[in-house]
Ligand binder design. Structure first.
Ligand code: ADP
Length: 530
């Protein structure tokens, strides 16, 4: 079999801006860019979702002979195409129209109703990726993600063998020499990132025999979990290093409350030093209030670090974008009886239980007559979508809800216009929306969990440095209402404090530079160890 080519290959289900259902897409789109800039050869392997990926975002350079995999008795052919995303990131597209040429990524309503054959679809991704490695050269490290990438380490082992490539040279990832490392009988190292433990890809154990994976992996040391097939568990067990997307979440998932049945496995992994929490970053060029193409007014400041005196520019920025948003969605701006505008609360979220949006909606009823305007963009669970739409109908002067669809442009406009960004998650592995919202000068209302805990500093904590919002320990309607009340009081009665919080928020820069370095070191580490 071929030679190692010194690459790092990302294998996953999404890649922004080509195809995105949530934070995984952002990470698959932005981390490779930063690694490429640092001189590392990165390729990203994703399914060729022909219906979804905008044609202008990809250039296809080459197509390769079809590969074949048997799912049970049924043979499936697939194609491999290579090219570039946005002209710069090398990509490999796995082409299989039956599985990937659909309306949605995981299923309707942001995957709230997942396609029944998602296990087979992502088994196809794993087989396609391994086949592409055979053709294009074997990467040194495969970095795969979430349950949809969970089958990748098994397919890699059965294709290339159990023994991992081992290299001592620091900096080898950047060296062209590495293109000549002999690969005989060795497999790439595999790094597995858990973006959300709540989605594990659990199927009937019989399905195991229909996805082209060696029977020996139907064992509790791989995919079998209490009589089911658990893709995420196997991904964790068969990879050389496991990461998750924030330090706080790395701790939380080793406890029963957040471990979704895998806390025991994850605790062992942590004790062995194989579980690491690495905070995600956002693409600071894309999410840039000074140059954002989707919003009607950019921020007129040159500084990277803002001071209190810059608040007036931030205020102008917010006012102009609020005005444009209100007129676009026909929401009349509302003022209280003293002539002060209602604060605007923004929400951009998947509408699932974990995000706490249901509780947010209920919290509004805790007020006699709530003094906020609220703009909600989200899709997901039918009952939460319906509730948001119902409230928007009930309070036409205060609530606007766009549900059931993904709208990139509107999301930017909400970040730019909102005074408060609400993200009352019950658990949140990392969360990108709060980072984006802070960059756009929003004050945050969030659950005190995972990446929210690591990125938002809490105004109610006397020791917090540069507070940027309020963190709520146990999310329910009462607690959210309490948090809203805290923020409202500051907004109305403590102008100076509010201005400081806005500036603190805008000063939190969550780029990729630090975390990309940590990943780079991890790639060296997994190559060194056996
Ligand atoms: P998760 O990955 O759990 O969905 P994150 O906060 O990590 O949550 O990432 C959410 C990303 O998806 C953000 O970039 C957010 O702006 C975006 N997003 C969520 N829902 C929508 C929507 N309906 N339309 C546009 N963007 C959305």
């Amino acid at each position: 079999m071929g030679e190692f080519n010194g690459d790092i290959w990302f294998v996953g289900a999404e890649m922004a801006p080509l195809v995105k259902a949530g934070g995984l897409g952002d990470v698959m789109g932005s981390l490779p860019k930063v690694l490429l800039k640092a001189g590392i050869n990165v390729r990203v392997v994703i399914p060729y979702y022909k219906n979804i990926i905008p044609k202008n975002l990809i250039t296809i350079k080459e197509a390769y002979p079809a590969g074949k995999v048997n799912f049970g008795e049924i043979p499936f052919e697939f194609g491999i195409k290579t090219g570039f995303a946005e002209g710069e990131i090398p990509i490999v597209l796995i082409e299989q129209n039956h599985f990937f040429n659909r309306e949605d990524v995981y299923g309707p309503h942001s995957g709230a109703c997942g396609y029944k054959d998602n296990l087979w679809r992502y088994a196809m991704l794993a087989h396609g990726a391994a086949y592409a490695m055979k053709i294009l050269g074997i990467p040194l490290v495969v970095h795969t993600h979430d349950w949809s990438g969970g089958l990748v380490p098994a397919v890699i082992r059965q294709t290339f063998g159990n023994k991992k490539v081992q290299i001592e040279t620091e900096g080898v990832l950047k060296a062209k020499l590495s293109r000549h490392i002999n690969a005989k009988g060795l497999r790439p190292a595999v790094v597995f990132t858990v973006h959300n433990l709540g989605y594990q890809g659990v199927y009937g154990i019989d399905d195991f025999y229909d996805i082209g994976i060696d029977f020996k992996y139907n064992s509790s040391s791989a995919y079998e979990h209490f009589g089911t097939l658990n893709s995420l568990k196997g991904g964790i067990k068969l990879s050389d290093a496991v990461t998750t997307v924030s330090p706080a979440y790395a701790n939380e998932i080793t406890t029963p409350g957040f471990g979704f049945g895998l806390d025991g496995e994850l605790k062992n992994l942590r004790n062995e030093g194989r579980l690491k929490g690495i905070l995600n970053g956002i693409d600071l060029d894309y999410w840039n209030p000074k140059a954002d193409k989707f919003i009607s007014r950019n921020l007129n400041l040159k500084e990277e670090r803002y001071r209190l005196k810059d608040y007036e520019d931030w205020k102008d920025f917010k006012l102009a974008n609020k005005k444009a948003l209100f007129s676009e969605i026909s929401l009349p701006p509302k003022k209280d009886k003293n002539g002060r505008p209602f604060p605007l609360v923004g929400i951009v979220s998947r509408l699932t239980e974990e995000k706490g949006i249901d509780e947010f909606l209920d919290s509004l009823f805790k007020w006699n007559d709530f003094p906020f305007q609220v703009v909600i963009l989200g899709s997901g669970k039918d009952y939460i979508e319906k509730k948001a739409a119902y409230l928007a109908e009930l309070y036409r002067d205060r609530i606007y809800a766009q549900t059931g669809r993904y709208d990139e442009a509107l999301s930017h406009k909400i970040y730019a216009a909102a005074d408060i960004f609400a993200m009352p998650s019950k658990f949140e592995p990392c969360g990108l929306s709060q980072m984006i919202a802070m960059r756009y000068g929003c004050v945050i209302l969030a659950g005190d969990t995972g990446g929210l805990h690591d990125t938002v500093s809490d105004i109610t904590d006397r020791h917090a440095k540069e507070p940027s919002g309020v963190l709520i320990k146990h999310i329910d309607a009462n607690a959210v209402s309490w948090g809203l009340n805290e923020l409202y009081n500051i907004y109305i009665n403590e102008g100076e404090k509010w201005r400081n919080i806005v500036i603190n928020s805008a000063n939190k820069h969550f780029g990729w530079d630090d975390s990309a370095k940590v990943y780079e070191n991890l790639y060296y580490d997994v190559l060194k160890k056996n």
